[in-house]
Design a binder for this molecule. Structure first.
Ligand SMILES: C[S@@+](CC[C@H](N)C(=O)[O-])C[C@H]1O[C@@H](n2cnc3c(N)ncnc32)[C@H](O)[C@@H]1O
Length: 310
């Protein structure tokens, strides 16, 4: 799997903020080459760490809201935005009671195929879970597209949106009047042990890279709180760090390659020193001597329910 950044073409969408998620795979059939692609292998590699990191503290307030929703006799309808290979559904569906229908949204049909194949089958209480997919651009999401939704979810998505996309996304969610569980947005802080003098320089360059082209990157959580708050929603925030040790060496190594690669893309003058840094870190990683905490935040948005109490 390539973890290098793909140079954007003239009409390319902005690249995703986490370069470790980038894939050099061509689109199936060679269509739509400008849209950045995430390698399913990367999304699968990070799935256990994501599942371990998401904040369980937000689940009870979410369950209470879902249990009190109007129309609660019917199946839950969950829209997972930027679903990738569907890891959010595999994590959340078995943690929530009741029959569920998940609508998985992504602009990448290749990832939607993986999401369908790996779809969750059963809720916490054994009720059935069904899945359909919808290809589209979250930057054009409308309230109508979320009509009838009981819940909107997203994971590792907010930091790859622009401020305009965040506005559109938040307006659609709040307009639909349903809660939104938005997990694993990076917040721009990493801790590596043992510490190295170059850590902060790489981290700063990486964060600058995440903000390129108007992407929110490490500002996504603050921006989401601001936008959803302005729209009258309650926003609960919990930290959800990846804690990577010797048992996650493969993920750590892949993350390190992407992290350092993005820093060098941002500041090419770092290349030589960064390569030495990376090789030292990878050797330590292979020997089980590196610990990494990648800080994220999860958000639960509780808008006023559309047209009623709850
Ligand atoms: C970092 S991946 C996360 C995937 C998945 N939620 C997970 O946690 O494994 C971001 C996903 O959002 C999708 N995506 C990014 N921007 C999008 C947009 N504007 N419209 C639709 N999908 C988008 C990408 O195709 C990718 O699948």
């Amino acid at each position: 799997m390539s973890t290098s950044t793909t140079p954007p073409g003239p009409q390319a969408h902005p690249e995703p903020a986490d370069p470790a998620t980038l894939s050099a795979i061509p689109s199936p059939g060679g269509t739509e080459p400008e849209v950045p692609r995430y390698a399913p292998q990367w999304l699968q590699l990070r799935e256990p760490a994501d599942a371990a990191a998401r904040a369980h503290e937000l689940l009870d307030p979410l369950r209470i809201r879902l249990a009190n929703r109007s129309g609660r006799a019917t199946d839950l309808v969950v829209h997972d935005l930027g679903c990738g290979t569907g890891s959010m559904g595999r994590w959340l569906a078995p943690l929530v009671d009741g029959a569920q229908h998940w609508i998985l949204h992504d602009r990448d049909p290749y990832l939607l195929h993986f999401a369908t194949v790996g779809a969750p089958k059963a809720a916490a209480d054994g009720s059935r879970v069904t899945v359909t997919t919808q290809r589209g651009d979250i930057g054009r999401l409308t309230t109508d597209a979320l009509a009838g939704a009981s819940l909107v979810t997203a994971s590792a998505l907010l930091d790859v949106l622009t401020a305009d996309e965040m506005e559109t996304f938040a307006a659609a969610c709040v307009g639909a009047g349903c809660p939104a569980l938005l997990t694993l947005s990076v917040v721009g802080r990493v801790e590596l042990t043992p510490a190295h003098p170059m850590d902060q320089e790489i981290a700063d360059a990486f964060n600058a890279h995440q903000r390129r082209g108007g992407l929110l990157g490490p500002d996504a959580v603050r921006e989401a709180c601001e936008v959803f708050g302005r729209l009258g929603a309650n926003v609960l925030v919990q930290s959800s760090p990846w804690r990577l040790g010797a048992e996650q060496a493969e993920l750590t190594a892949e993350w390190l390659r992407g992290w350092v690669g993005a820093a060098v893309d941002q500041r090419p003058e770092l290349a030589e020193r960064a390569e030495t840094y990376l090789q030292d870190r990878l050797a330590d990683c292979a020997a089980g001597r590196v610990g990494v905490v990648v800080h994220h935040s999860d958000i639960l948005v509780l808008p006023r329910p559309a047209g009623g109490a709850g």
